[in-house]
Design a protein around this ligand. Structure first.
Ligand code: HEC
Ligand code: HEC
Length: 453
């Protein structure tokens, strides 16, 4: 059955709400069943003795990092740097550095505008960096409005065999507009690569970038790919000394900074691994509200308190960025076949994967790669993207996969709207959402995010 885009969106949101609330109820029971307080662990709690131990450990890890970096022959490091910064592979003039700057690991609209003023022929603006003027999904190589305004690229994504553009089974690739995630921290510390997780290794990722973004015309050797991968793990590619040491030693994962101002200290509560506070009436759902999906050393994985049917450590979720489509990107109708459930959750539960899910979306994210849109209750496929790391976040605006949030303030406003929907027990009914972020909350979480290195 065909669902209108509106109805599709609403059904998903209502389902989302129902499940979020149901699981919150479950979380309540669990919380009451276990009276002991959630232990809060962190170096900041350590007394002087532990602090001294930590300093000794830190000195040891610094030495280990130096040894490890120096175990890569210098010639390989230099060649890796040359391949990343300068080599064009006989293509359109781009190198990795064209889109992944030394300072931030990405490219912002402000960067794009400065570069355009300096040189309108900068290779940033060619090919997938130019406007798709006739709507065929490819850049026209001349107009650059999109790059100057939002710094997004036209990414061609191969469709999973179970996914079709409605009415066009012959189309096997679609174009989506995506920003550039930073190359700081991720290459060494994040096994999930690309916003939709579609590349299994740094080598395959680099090969894709060289053939697609840079339109290489010469053969690329596997040794070159290894050198590029290795280079992205060297000390240039971290947002802080702590992350560098952690990457090289595996010890002392960075903890949450304590916060200095009252606002930062209040903001921290959203990022602590905490369950909602059920000792107050009404219960307070703000503690840990962000940590539920931004936990672990890079603050990019779910913890045990996310009230959604996914295990802790999950790396994909939808936070309604494609659903809201604040970027105003072109929307396509997709048909997903061989699904375990169709849009009506009461039907097609016979375990036979013969259901059909129809969705309209500017970018279904993970679902295009996995072929699954039947993720009611887990929200980790349809319109789902990699949980963004938050370390060094103040340097890498704009935000979200489509660069739709210009500032961290915009991000906070997005989450206010997100929680109004997912924490509303009866959807558009009379009951109020249980998590309503105030202006002060938004300021506090932004102040805190600016501390994250
Ligand atoms: C034209 C701009 C451009 C160029 C050139 C480019 N990239 Fe990227 N890079 C992107 C975009 C856009 C993405 C995210 C695309 C997606 O997820 O669909 C990305 C993603 C990545 C990621 C994954 C980051 C993450 O968070 O998962 C890595 C690593 C990376 N690029 C490294 C490289 C390397 C190495 C090169 C050179 C061989 C390179 N890139 C060239 C734009 C570029
Ligand atoms: C349900 C899981 C979930 C929750 C809860 C959540 N996030 Fe996110 N966050 C994500 C995902 C997934 C993305 C990437 C979304 C996209 O690009 O479509 C993201 C992206 C972000 C980004 C953008 C990062 C970038 O580099 O573009 C910021 C900043 C952020 N979240 C902060 C927060 C804050 C603050 C909160 C709490 C108010 C929060 N998140 C709650 C999953 C979550």
């Amino acid at each position: 059955m065909r669902s209108s885009p509106d109805r599709t969106g609403r059904t998903l949101l209502t389902l989302g709400t129902a499940l979020w609330v149901a699981s919150m109820a479950l979380a309540t029971l669990t919380a009451h069943g276990k009276p002991e307080k959630q232990p809060r662990r962190g170096w900041w709690q350590a007394g002087d003795r532990l602090a001294a131990l930590a300093r000794a450990e830190s000195a040891r890890t610094a030495m280990a990092a130096t040894e490890s970096a120096s175990s890569t022959p210098l010639v390989d490091l230099l060649e890796g740097a040359r391949l990343f910064d300068q080599e064009t592979f006989g293509g359109n003039g781009r190198t990795c550095l064209t889109c992944h700057s030394r300072e931030t690991g990405t490219v912002s609209p402000a960067d794009a505008r400065a570069r355009f003023r300096h040189d309108p022929d900068d290779p940033l603006f060619v090919h997938d960096g130019s406007d798709d003027d006739d709507g065929d999904g490819f850049g026209d190589g001349q107009h650059v409005t999109r790059m100057l305004e939002s710094a997004t690229f036209l990414m061609r994504i191969r469709l999973h065999p179970d996914v079709e553009v409605k009415g066009h089974p012959e189309i096997r690739e679609v174009t989506v507009r995506r920003g550039t995630p930073t190359t700081l921290n991720t290459p060494a510390l994040d096994p999930v690569l690309m916003l939709d997780g579609r590349q299994p290794t740094l080598q395959e990722q680099a090969l894709g970038a060289i053939t697609q973004h840079a339109q290489a015309t010469r053969a690329i050797t596997s040794r070159e790919l290894d050198l590029i991968a290795g280079f992205q793990r060297t000390p240039r590619f971290y947002s802080s000394r702590e992350l560098l040491l952690f990457a090289f030693t595996g010890h002392n994962p960075p903890v949450l900074p304590a916060g200095r101002t009252p606002s930062e200290k209040r903001g921290r509560i959203f990022f602590e691994d905490l369950p909602p506070d059920f000792n107050v009436n009404p219960p307070n759902f703000k503690p840990g509200a962000c940590a539920a999906c931004h936990s672990g050393p890079l603050l990019n994985q779910t913890n045990q308190f996310l009230p959604v049917a996914v295990p802790p450590g999950t790396r994909f979720q939808s936070v309604l960025v494609s659903e809201f489509n604040a970027a105003g990107n072109p929307v396509l109708d997709f048909v997903f076949r061989n699904q375990l459930r169709d849009l009506d959750p009461a039907t097609n539960l016979d375990g036979v994967p013969d259901g059909t899910v129809e969705v309209s979306s500017p970018d279904p994210g993970r679902a295009l790669v996995s072929g699954r849109a039947d993720d009611f209750g887990s929200f980790d496929q349809l319109n789902a993207f990699k949980n963004s790391p938050l370390r060094g976040i103040r340097h890498t605006a704009p935000y979200f996969h489509d660069n739709s949030a210009r500032t961290l303030e915009d991000v906070a406003e997005h989450y206010r709207n997100f929680f109004l929907i997912v924490s509303d027990p009866d959807g558009p009914g009379p009951l109020e959402p249980v998590l309503v972020l105030t202006d002060q909350d938004k300021k506090d979480m932004v102040a805190y995010m600016k501390l994250l290195d």
